[in-house]
Design a protein around this ligand. Structure first.
Ligand SMILES: *Cc1c(COP(=O)(O)O)cnc(C)c1O
Length: 398
């Protein structure tokens, strides 16, 4: 693409596109494990990093490069790395940043598998993790030590939508020690809604399974950062430690999904706002957790850092027991009972039974995840139809 700085929509369509030898409009699926060298000398030069060019798909593939360049541009980072899953992005990044003896300060409310990785798995390798409520950045300051190598969080948090001030947390971590890597999982927003690097984060991770692909047919992830970190990630965490590389076919589907990212996110945000306003006034609903509602605790910080809308994710607290909630959700006709999020279909799940079942009862309570909490990923259907379905089900609880 030419040097001119294009707008978001133009970038999501055009960045990463290189002229194909047969004139193909879309980047083909380079379904190949390895790449042919013209000579031994050329192979040697590629391995030595003296000549650009592909070697082996675990180290790079043109279909994957295309979407890496797109997502780096959309997040405002120098470079990006595609991965086989969001968890591949998260684990490869943590393996690259950490060694035995290091400490992590992590948010106490996280995606279930990220929590399991930080709470148990990674600690078996001699990494200590301190979980704090980052809703108050002061708690991060208190947890920092000279061994802290990583500060890790999501905002809005999954599933309580708690908003964390990226700028405040990044500043106090870097004032304490500029070498600390501040990592933000930006899955709930996609690069359209929020760009954490702009607010001082060092690394952004995504589950591209969600909004980035947006069509519910891929498991994939991305890491976005400066070129030096991405090179390091490519040559250690990803190449040697996890091997969690993105497949060329998934990259093709992601390139297809990305062409409409801005339009989808605008509609997700608009639909979610309508659904949130309906739920806000329904008698079966104790509380609506949606950053777009003016009376939500994190609304002001969300309005600052979620620059292009409040997204499609929300949770509701129902005035009902676990059994009553289950019986009500089983009556849904249009909304789909499923985990995952960011798809065209409205997806509804019960965190205490599903995504956050890795938390103990005490951990659930500490993170504010009650048995009456229901998470909704508002899709792209007509919002009136989603509201009608929710109304029928919620009316059974009053
Ligand atoms: C889904 C999700 C992940 C994990 O991504 P996978 O693609 O399922 O591996 C990580 N973080 C958040 C916030 C998620 O929603």
């Amino acid at each position: 693409m030419a040097k001119k700085e294009y707008g978001f929509a133009t970038k999501q369509i055009h960045v990463g596109k290189h002229k194909e030898s047969n004139g193909a409009l879309t980047t083909p699926i380079y379904q190949t494990s390895t790449f042919e060298f013209d000579s031994v000398e050329q192979g040697a030069a590629r391995f030595a990093g003296q000549e650009n060019g592909y070697i082996y798909t675990r180290l790079g593939n043109p279909s994957v490069t295309q979407v890496e360049e797109k997502v780096a541009a959309l997040e405002g980072g120098e470079a990006a790395m595609g991965t086989a899953a969001g968890m591949g992005a998260i684990s490869s990044t943590l393996w690259t940043c950490l060694k035995a003896g290091d400490e992590v300060v992590a948010s106490d409310t996280l995606y279930g598998c990220t929590f399991a990785l930080l709470n148990t798995d990674i600690q078996e390798f001699g990494v200590k993790v301190n979980f704090v409520d980052m809703g108050d950045p002061e708690n991060v300051r208190k947890a920092l030590t000279d061994k802290t190598a990583v500060v890790y969080f999501e905002t809005p948090c999954n599933p309580t939508l708690k908003v964390i001030d990226i700028e405040a947390v990044a500043k106090l971590a870097h004032d304490f020690n500029p070498a600390i890597k501040v990592i933000v999982d930006n899955t709930f927003n996609s690069p359209y809604i929020q760009n954490p690097l702009k607010w001082g984060a060092d690394i952004v991770v995504h589950s591209a399974t969600k909004y980035i692909n947006g069509h519910g047919d891929v498991i994939a992830g991305f890491v976005i950062s400066d070129a030096e970190f991405i090179q390091n990630l490519k040559m250690t965490g990803l190449k040697n430690m996890t091997g969690a590389v993105m497949s060329p076919f998934d990259a093709f589907l992601i390139a297809r999904g990305l062409k409409t990212l801005d339009i989808r996110m605008q509609r997700h945000s608009a639909n979610a706002m309508k659904v949130a306003e309906f739920l806000h006034d329904h008698p079966a609903v104790e509380k609506v957790y949606y950053p777009g509602l003016p009376d939500f605790e994190g609304h002001e910080i969300a309005a600052k850092q979620m620059e292009r809308g409040f997204g499609g994710m929300m949770s509701i607290e129902l005035k009902a027991s676990r059994e009553e909630v289950a019986a009500a959700l089983n009556k849904l006709q249009l909304c789909t009972l499923a985990v995952s999020l960011g798809d065209a279909e409205t997806l509804i799940e019960h965190p205490a039974s599903m995504t956050h079942s890795t938390y103990t009862k005490e951990e659930l309570e500490a993170s504010g995840i009650s048995e009456g909490l229901v998470r909704i990923s508002v899709g792209l259907e007509d919002p009136e139809d989603v509201i009608d379905d929710l109304k029928t089900v919620l009316d059974t609880l009053v």
